[in-house]
Design a protein around this ligand. Structure first.
Ligand SMILES: [Ca+2]
Ligand SMILES: [Ca+2]
Length: 151
């Protein structure tokens, strides 16, 4: 019995440690590390919260959308600090789509804690990769809500 208690104690300690370490970097739905498109967190709902926990943090999110007729919109709101938003769009064959002239991405970088918003008008789009990071203006950590919608 003593031995079982010891094992349980060690297990509990491990769980606590993982929990504490996890909390430091994961807030509350993103899965760090998510600092590259390849490690992006899949958005399971159309709205989620995230955190740029240090100024150099980058958060990539993947959004899968069905065929859209006209547009998709990606928004950042409830910003606690000046953050910026960038999106890359992929078609059904996973090829990046030109979104702005010859560029494969669109940016939104409003001043201060104003909402960020990007509208993608391209009906080939099936997957959106989103990047959130600190603005060059202030380069500070902060929390945000990320939301998308499409029609
Ligand atoms: Ca983060
Ligand atoms: Ca990150």
């Amino acid at each position: 019995m003593k031995r079982i208690n010891h094992i349980l104690g060690v297990l509990l300690g491990c769980l606590l440690l993982v929990g504490l370490l996890g909390c430091e970097y994961t807030y509350p739905f993103e899965e760090e590390p998510n600092n590259t498109p390849d490690t992006a967190t899949l958005m399971r709902n159309n709205i989620t919260k995230g955190q740029i926990h240090i100024p150099s943090d980058m958060d990539y999110w993947t959004i899968n959308i069905g065929p859209i007729s006209s547009w998709a919109k990606v928004m950042l709101h409830h910003l606690s600090e000046d953050l910026k938003l960038m999106v890359i769009g992929y078609d059904g064959s996973n090829n990046a789509i030109t979104l702005n002239g010859s560029d494969y991405y669109l940016n939104s970088d409003a001043e201060g804690t104003a909402d960020e918003e990007i509208v993608i008008s391209n009906n080939l789009i099936r997957t959106i990769v989103v990047c959130v990071e600190a603005s060059d203006r202030r380069n500070l950590a902060g929390t945000y809500w990320l939301e998308y919608t499409f029609r």
